[in-house]
Design a protein around this ligand. Structure first.
Ligand code: GUN
Length: 303
């Protein structure tokens, strides 16, 4: 009730929630170790993009923290497609590897679709493979892409009824926008996806009960776009230089948006840590499936 009078958003703490997910993943890994099974995650990065290198290192480090064995491959920018495909085929055949992640984007001379589809669907931990992406689209079981899954778990953590809520997704990437729409559709939300060619974008966003901002443009959404009491999930991780200092900012102007929203995710410490936690969870789930075991109880009904 008070929320209608004084609107300062509650912060959805991604770091805290990611810690909770990682605890559950650790528990599942311990259960697997009793059967002498150690889940393995292979990460592949091509080139030296600083941000991507940090993300991939963090993914490997976090895997080790929860007891997942990490195999990290850093390949040169000019690697030929054939060599990359050969590495993926080796990892497909390697029984110690349950998950394979190729960090995107790949250099232009490499056909990303071909690379993604060369990953064995049973080792795809991103859910980008054509089979898993298709499964999500038609409501079959499959791997759910890490960032949208992280966003959904954050929404679940605040215990609101998602049914019938108007969710506006800003951005239509295969990594976030499109799978996010499918996931929220499964939750009975009404979905609008807006993008760079959308007319009346402000009017549409202003109608949203839930905003998922995933455009990769710093501070794209300001408070005048947001309906009072809306929930804002900010997927953007943009690097800006402010007063000579490097700063991470989201796609939403956090300081002003928190004055109109009911709940908001910060950047950093919001969606980013949840993406990694969900990657670890997907790795364990793939491991469990590949070993014909039941889903560990610690990973059921998260939030
Ligand atoms: N690049 C940006 N986000 C992701 C992700 O979730 N997975 C992969 N493989 N690449 C990315």
């Amino acid at each position: 009730m008070l929320k209608n009078l004084i609107m300062t958003a509650e912060i959805i703490d991604g770091k805290f929630l990611a810690h909770k997910v990682k605890e559950k993943v650790s528990k599942a890994v311990s259960t697997l170790s009793k059967e002498n099974i150690v889940p393995g995650l292979a990460t592949i990065i091509v080139g030296t993009d600083a941000a991507s290198s940090i993300y991939v290192k963090n993914k490997g480090k976090s895997a080790n923290e929860v007891g997942i064995k990490s195999f990290q491959y850093a390949l040169p920018e000019d690697i030929v497609e054939e060599d990359l495909l050969e590495l993926i085929e080796k990892l497909n055949q390697n029984n110690d590897v349950d998950g394979i992640l190729v960090q995107l984007p790949l250099p232009k001379h490499i056909n990303s679709d071909l690379v993604i589809d060369s990953i064995d669907p049973s080792k795809d931990v991103d859910g980008f493979n054509i089979l898993n992406a298709g499964s999500l689209f038609i409501g079959r079981d499959g791997v759910i892409p890490c960032t949208p899954l992280g966003c959904l778990l954050m929404l679940r953590s605040i215990n609101i009824d998602l049914k019938g809520k108007h969710a506006v997704i800003i951005g239509r990437s295969n990594i976030v926008g499109k799978p996010m729409a499918q996931l929220l559709l499964r939750e009975d939300c009404t979905i609008t996806t807006v993008h760079s060619k959308t007319k009346n974008i402000v009017k549409i966003v202003k109608d949203a009960d839930i905003i998922i901002a995933a455009v990769g443009i710093p501070n794209f959404v300001n408070s005048s776009w947001i309906k009072k009491g809306a929930i804002a999930i900010d997927v953007g991780i943009n690097r800006l230089k402010i007063d000579g200092k490097n700063k991470l900012v989201g796609d939403i102007k956090f300081e002003e948006a928190k004055e109109v929203t009911s709940y908001i995710t910060p950047v950093p410490g919001g969606v980013g840590p949840m993406t990694i936690a969900c990657l670890l969870m997907n790795t364990v789930l793939q491991c469990v499936k590949r070993n014909n075991m039941d889903q560990p109880s610690s990973l059921r009904n998260l939030f």
